[in-house]
Design a protein around this ligand. Structure first.
Ligand SMILES: Cc1cc2nc3c(=O)[nH]c(=O)nc-3n(C[C@H](O)[C@H](O)[C@H](O)COP(=O)(O)OP(=O)(O)OC[C@H]3O[C@@H](n4cnc5c(N)ncnc54)[C@H](O)[C@@H]3O)c2cc1C
Length: 284
């Protein structure tokens, strides 16, 4: 607030009528670009080789800045090494959701990551973060040999533990909330001590199996539409059935996939269905 307003507010407080303000309160201001200019790899569409991360993209927060820094840095390295860009989808992790939100919807006010922004929260759990992301990291050389070995041991134990529990018909018992899987039982089934996190993940997957399967089906459907590419030269205004407003929004954002198109504010599920049909009927 302006200094004179701050002084008035202060003076209106009983007991502070004659208080003198030594230093006024201040606001932090900073410039930001329109993040709709960015690709999923955080590269500026029109300036190849320029990657942006953090509050210049309209976000606020340490984690928001940090996760973008990882993606922008990684993609700058991929660009320099002439490798394909590294992109995360909304189902890979919260970083994927943040970037997709930013580049599809823009940021009218400083963007913060909330778990409620995720469509499939049961899928984006802390205990399976390694299963979602370590294989992607491995592919681009960001995972050390030691960490990869630890990860693969854990994954292999998870599979064996699930199979062992199924063979002993213990899964229905474990579905009951009060029943826990002990380290001793897991060790007996595996023939070795379970790696850190194995019991928790297997238990979670068994207890919430019904919900997880339902969500996995939705995730698969989302991935399919995510992947459906929109031809670069597509002229939205000529697609029959799309309202002018929707066509304008699509032209402004230029989504690269059907999934991204569906998340643009104002682009309705009906419009996405029209696009879907149009793409199917015009496929080569
Ligand atoms: C008072 C305050 C409290 C906050 N509290 C929290 C909090 O509790 N939790 C939270 O999550 N977030 C908080 N934030 C927000 C958080 O600090 C920022 O969103 C985050 O640090 C942004 O990171 P960044 O890397 O985008 O930008 P910055 O951290 O600002 O980094 C930009 C860097 O670029 C450098 N730079 C600028 N121009 C040039 C140039 N021309 N050449 C070279 N270098 C340049 C700057 O010196 C700076 O080091 C707070 C912010 C403020 C101001």
């Amino acid at each position: 607030m302006p200094v004179d307003v701050q002084e008035q507010v202060l003076g209106s407080i009983p007991g502070l009528e004659n208080a003198e303000m030594i230093r006024p309160g201040y606001a932090i201001e900073y410039d930001a670009i329109d993040p709709r200019q960015l690709t999923h790899g955080l590269q500026v569409r029109r300036i190849r080789g320029l990657f942006l991360a953090g509050q210049i993209n309209g976000t606020s927060g340490y984690e928001e800045a940090g996760c973008q820094g990882l993606i922008a840095g990684l993609n700058a390295a991929c660009h320099a090494g002439q490798r394909d860009p590294f992109e995360l989808s909304r189902t890979d992790g919260y970083t994927g959701i943040l970037i997709d939100d930013l580049i599809s919807k823009g940021a009218d006010e400083p963007y913060r990551m909330f778990t409620s922004r995720a469509e499939y929260r049961l899928h984006l759990r802390i205990d399976n973060a390694d299963a979602r992301l370590t294989p992607l990291g491995e592919r681009v050389g960001l995972v050390s040999t030691e960490r990869a070995a630890r990860f693969h041991l854990k994954e292999e134990q998870k599979v064996r533990l699930r199979a062992g529990l199924a063979a002993r018909r213990m899964e229905p018992v474990l579905r009951r909330p009060e029943v826990r899987l002990s380290v001793e039982s897991a060790t007996e089934i595996l023939g070795e001590a379970p790696a850190r996190g194995v019991i928790d993940t297997v238990e979670t997957e068994i207890k919430y199996a019904g919900y997880l399967e339902q969500q996995d089906r939705h995730v698969q459907r989302l991935r399919d539409s995510e992947r459906r590419p929109l031809t670069v030269g597509l002229v939205f205004s000529t697609i029959p059935g799309l309202s002018r407003e929707v066509a304008e929004r699509l032209t402004r954002v230029r989504p690269s996939t059907l999934g991204q198109a569906g998340r643009i504010p104002g682009v309705t599920p009906a419009a996405v269905a029209i696009l879907d049909i149009y793409l199917s009927s015009h496929a080569d």
